[in-house]
Design a protein around this ligand. Structure first.
Ligand code: PNS
Length: 161
């Protein structure tokens, strides 16, 4: 049984993430989507919302589970969960330059390997931060995020319903 972790902030999950998770699930028997919390980051969505959006979108799919990663090391999360690999999507050479040192560090820490999947060109322009910016300025992001995310991104702020 080969198990891999797809980690990320998923703030929010978008179709580029889904594309990578779906392709990863063709390569591994089990995928754990690990939703991280980095105390140095400010999130648009709480950890509970990010988990809920991932669950609403993905939990019907066989072999995929969604878990909070907490604030610790990804390598330790992988060891605790018996994961053989980390799967990351890469959109650009800049992504790869950023990811390779982390992949090497994670392998040195616990032996976990990182598998890079080249993002499909149809999704390579997507990032959570770009979608938050475009969405907040009124751009149409409906084709780029799952329904459960779109609903939350377009909900009126509390008190203005
Ligand atoms: O979606 P993001 O914010 O780019 O995801 C980044 C993530 C969660 C993959 C990365 O921040 C991470 O690995 N965090 C866990 C902390 C850790 O292990 N740091 C050392 C990396 S070698």
């Amino acid at each position: 049984m080969r198990r891999a972790v797809c980690p990320g902030s998923f703030d929010p999950l978008h179709n580029g993430h889904l594309e990578i998770i779906a392709r990863a699930s063709n390569l591994f028997d089990e995928i754990i989507v690990a939703v991280s919390t980095n105390p140095a980051k400010t999130y648009r969505f709480s950890i509970d919302e990010r988990l809920q959006m991932a669950r609403e979108t993905l939990s019907a799919l066989r072999g995929i589970t969604i878990e909070a990663m907490g604030e610790g090391l990804l390598a330790d999360f992988c060891r605790r969960h018996g994961a053989d690999a980390i799967v990351k999507g890469v959109r650009t050479s800049a992504d790869l330059a950023f990811e390779v040192p982390m992949a090497t560090m994670n392998r040195h820490l616990t032996g976990v390997e990182t598998v890079f999947l080249a993002a499909d060109p149809g999704y390579a322009h997507l990032s959570s931060s770009l979608l938050k910016e475009v969405g907040s300025l009124g751009g149409d992001i409906s084709g780029f995020v799952p329904r459960s995310v779109y609903r939350r991104m377009t909900a009126p702020p509390p008190g203005r319903a």
